[in-house]
Design a protein around this ligand. Structure first.
Ligand code: MTE
Length: 319
């Protein structure tokens, strides 16, 4: 049940083997081990609730099948194989949960689990998620604009960056206890955006997908989605958002700065040292013997909405 097509993973097996060695040496890399092809028998075991949200009918993108979205994941706190999060995250306790908003703001506040789901009107946004490993999915996310939280927090004039922190709980997240299982990452996972990127209307805090609350493997109860950036910016299971004057070192930048930059804008003209970014495998497409590849678009297809944010930046230097 829920098996990925072999073709979803085999074309990159040589890379994956190399990356497993790199991770073992401590350098780390996204997807550091060979993904298992078999998925959890019941990847959706955690109890999920239906959400009420405004439907968005604008998108012409075809959705990735739900079983791929919830079965082929990167969430290194639960292991580095694509099937590990679905297998290992089911017992993540998401209620009670506290999201703390703090730092350079006039109005620090917290939200509990219920408030995450009910404080801001929810809407569906169909976005393409493009991973730096050169695959993509199209997901019907449910959430609200990060801008809602920023408006409520009222950043001070010192606030230049918005910083996100994932839960740090080695008892629940085995990858935080075991260096190799967790891909050599120094936890907790931290990500950040410039304040203007965070305020862009595309930037979403997601609490659900496919009409229901987020499964643990996709970052329950709340995760970021920044559709014009590589997937690693879309941090999962957030417990704290801080506003800061200085740019923090983010998780992947810290681990391998020559490979992962702070900006991480999807850019087909700037290759990752180990993966061409010119095209991408479309997860869930094709049959047993083929998987669709498509050209990668500048800013993942969201150029019109975000190119202005980077008009003074050399994107080759600021990758
Ligand atoms: N957030 C945390 N806390 N830990 C992670 O390992 N992986 C990132 C991102 N968010 C990751 C994370 C990467 S590399 C990707 S591609 C996306 O989550 C994958 O999201 P998905 O599993 O919902 O497709």
């Amino acid at each position: 049940m829920n098996k990925l097509q072999k073709n979803d993973v085999t074309p990159e097996h040589i890379f994956y083997q190399r990356r497993r060695i790199i991770a073992a040496l401590g350098a780390g890399a996204i997807g550091a081990s060979l993904p298992k092809i078999t998925l959890a028998d019941t990847p959706n075991k955690a109890s999920l609730s239906s959400l009420t949200f405004k439907k968005n009918n604008d998108s012409t993108l075809s959705l990735t099948p739900e079983n791929k979205v919830i079965g082929y994941n990167n969430f290194y706190e639960f292991g580095t194989s694509k099937s590990d999060p679905a297998n290992n995250a089911q017992h993540l306790k998401v209620d009670p949960w506290t999201l703390e908003i703090t730092g350079e703001v006039e109005n620090p506040f917290t939200l509990n689990y219920q408030q995450l789901l009910t404080t801001y009107p929810l809407e569906e946004r169909i976005y393409r998620l493009r991973c730096v490993e050169a695959w993509s999915m199209v997901v019907p996310w449910i959430g609200f604009e990060l801008a809602r939280i920023i408006e409520q927090a009222k950043p001070t004039s010192k606030a230049k960056y918005v910083v996100f922190h994932t839960l740090h709980d080695p008892e629940q997240m085995p990858g935080q206890k075991d260096y190799f299982l967790g891909g050599g990452i120094d936890y907790p996972y931290v990500e950040a955006l410039r304040l203007d990127e965070a305020l862009n209307p595309l930037t979403l805090l997601s609490v659900g997908l496919y009409g229901k609350t987020l499964p643990p493997q996709n970052g329950a109860p709340i995760r970021l989605v920044v559709p014009w950036k590589y997937g690693f910016k879309s941090i999962k299971s957030i417990v704290k958002i801080t506003f800061s004057e200085t740019r923090p070192q983010t998780t992947w930048e810290k681990l391998a700065p020559h490979e992962y930059g702070f900006y991480a804008n999807v850019n087909p003209q700037v290759d990752h040292p180990r993966w061409s970014q010119a095209s991408e495998r479309v997860i869930g497409s094709g049959g047993l013997f083929s998987i669709k590849r498509q050209p990668t678009l500048m800013f993942n297809g969201y150029e019109k909405e975000v190119a202005h944010l980077y008009k003074d930046l050399d994107l080759k230097v600021n990758y």
